[in-house]
Design a protein around this ligand. Structure first.
Ligand SMILES: NC(=O)c1ccc[n+]([C@@H]2O[C@H](COP(=O)([O-])OP(=O)(O)OC[C@H]3O[C@@H](n4cnc5c(N)ncnc54)[C@H](O)[C@@H]3O)[C@@H](O)[C@H]2O)c1
Ligand SMILES: Cc1cc2nc3c(=O)[nH]c(=O)nc-3n(C[C@H](O)[C@H](O)[C@H](O)COP(=O)(O)O)c2cc1C
Ligand SMILES: C/C(=C/NC(N)=O)C(=O)O
Length: 360
């Protein structure tokens, strides 16, 4: 099972709470997290792109670095780990992003890939006059299908003449070309999003509901499997999860209870309102789920493993056996402490990671 880390490029990491660690993004923090991940033999690191945070006292994601420039810096100070940057496709034309990817590939040959972000929070784009209107929700995966085809033509042939509904290339050139294949990842949770990744991507990041429920991701993995089966391509599913660990189950749950006590309701309301802008969101989708979370609020809906090092290692081993799963991407409550706990105490107990571990 591959293991990666979703690095803390935005304030508060992934906990919408006033009592969670007050993570502030910096190059130094993210470099340290990725270098320690590399030290412990992790396979990849991904940074998101977020252009506006939530309202509310936790200042969730209010402070955010930019994904490609951060990963370029990290590429220069790492040697083995695979790196992914995220592109908000409404903000940059595909030939430019293709060239940025080639540039990072020349810093870290064969180690760079791109996460395609269609955009779900209108305000991120409205604030800079780039939101095409809510019709974008319905067409977002048609848009990115053209976007990725252009990048892939430029990477493999050095030229694109694609004439589409959204983009018109005219003898568009790219040189130099990358050292090899540049993987495309996406996090489509809707049927259409999963189809896009199955058609053009290499990995689909997925979320699942649940706390200490290692079988819960089966349903979403089956959906990715069905989308991939329809294309016959080799596309893996990577599960997003959060680890909150300590020496005992009780100590770990005490931390979760503490974060829950500070749940930022104003920020959750913001999230629900932004997600709710997609009035035609598929039933059961992330967007429609997020409109109802206010009934039972908590600092994150991300799939969680909370407990002692041994409990978490045991649950990760069970997750590793789920059909269709290629790997997991970790988030932590505190990224510095969490990465060390994972590398020193959890991974060494995992049967599914025998042979992985400290690399230097
Ligand atoms: N339309 C979209 O694509 C869209 C919309 C809003 C948010 N998002 C992103 O998705 C993320 C949240 O999604 P997720 O990973 O939690 O998956 P999810 O929305 O599929 O949620 C998983 C489960 O947890 C519940 N849940 C989610 N957040 C909760 C909360 N704060 N309190 C209580 N229950 C909660 C949901 O109702 C659902 O049952 C956010 O980080 C947000 O950035 C995407
Ligand atoms: C692991 C992961 C990473 C994501 N990264 C980003 C991101 O960087 N920026 C962003 O705006 N949305 C991001 N998203 C949201 C997705 O791009 C997508 O909007 C969401 O999962 C809903 O899927 P759908 O478009 O198929 O409905 C991410 C989601 C997941 C699970
Ligand atoms: C960046 C991002 C992450 N989603 C998640 N489920 O963690 C987003 O949705 O914007």
């Amino acid at each position: 099972m591959k293991i990666g880390v979703f690095i803390p490029i935005g304030s508060r990491g992934w906990l919408i709470s006033t009592t969670s660690p007050k993570t502030m993004p910096s190059f130094d923090l993210n470099r340290t997290v990725v270098q320690r991940a590399e030290h412990y033999g992790l396979d990849f690191a991904l940074s998101m792109i977020k252009l506006r945070g939530y309202t509310g006292p936790s200042e969730y994601w209010v402070h955010n670095l930019e994904s490609f420039t951060l990963m370029a810096g990290i590429a220069a100070v790492t040697r083995r780990i695979q790196l992914f940057a995220s592109v908000a496709v409404l903000t940059m034309p595909p030939p430019l992003v293709a060239r940025m990817a080639v540039t990072i590939d020349s810093i870290a040959p064969g180690r760079f890939g791109v996460n395609i972000v269609t955009g779900w929070q209108p305000k991120e784009y409205q604030q800079m006059g780039l939101w095409p209107g809510d019709a974008h929700f319905a067409r977002r995966y048609d848009y990115v299908s053209e976007y990725v085809q252009i990048m892939q033509e430029l990477w493999t042939k050095g030229r694109s003449d694609l004439k589409g509904d959204f983009f018109q290339m005219d003898d568009c050139l790219l040189s130099p070309q990358p050292s090899g294949h540049i993987p495309i990842v996406g996090a489509g949770q809707s049927d259409r999003g999963m189809r896009f990744v199955a058609e053009y991507g290499d990995y689909n990041f997925v979320g699942a509901p649940g706390l200490n429920a290692p079988q819960a991701p089966r349903a979403v993995l089956d959906r990715v499997g069905a989308a991939v089966a329809a294309t016959g391509r080799d596309v893996g599913a990577l599960l997003l999860l959060m680890i909150i660990a300590d020496e005992t189950d009780e100590a770990a749950f005490a931390k979760w209870d503490h974060y829950k006590a500070g749940t930022d309701l104003e920020a959750l309301q913001w999230q629900a309102t932004q997600a709710g802008a997609d009035s035609k969101a598929q039933e059961g989708s992330t967007a429609s789920n997020l409109m109802s979370v206010i009934q039972d609020p908590q600092p994150t809906g991300i799939f969680k493993l909370i407990g002692s090092y041994a409990s978490i290692a045991r649950m990760l081993d069970e997750i590793a056996t789920l059909p269709g799963l290629k790997g997991v991407m970790l988030t932590f409550d505190d990224f510095i402490i969490g990465m060390e706990q994972f590398g020193e105490h959890i991974q060494p107990l995992m049967k599914s990671r025998q042979g992985s571990g400290v690399t230097e």
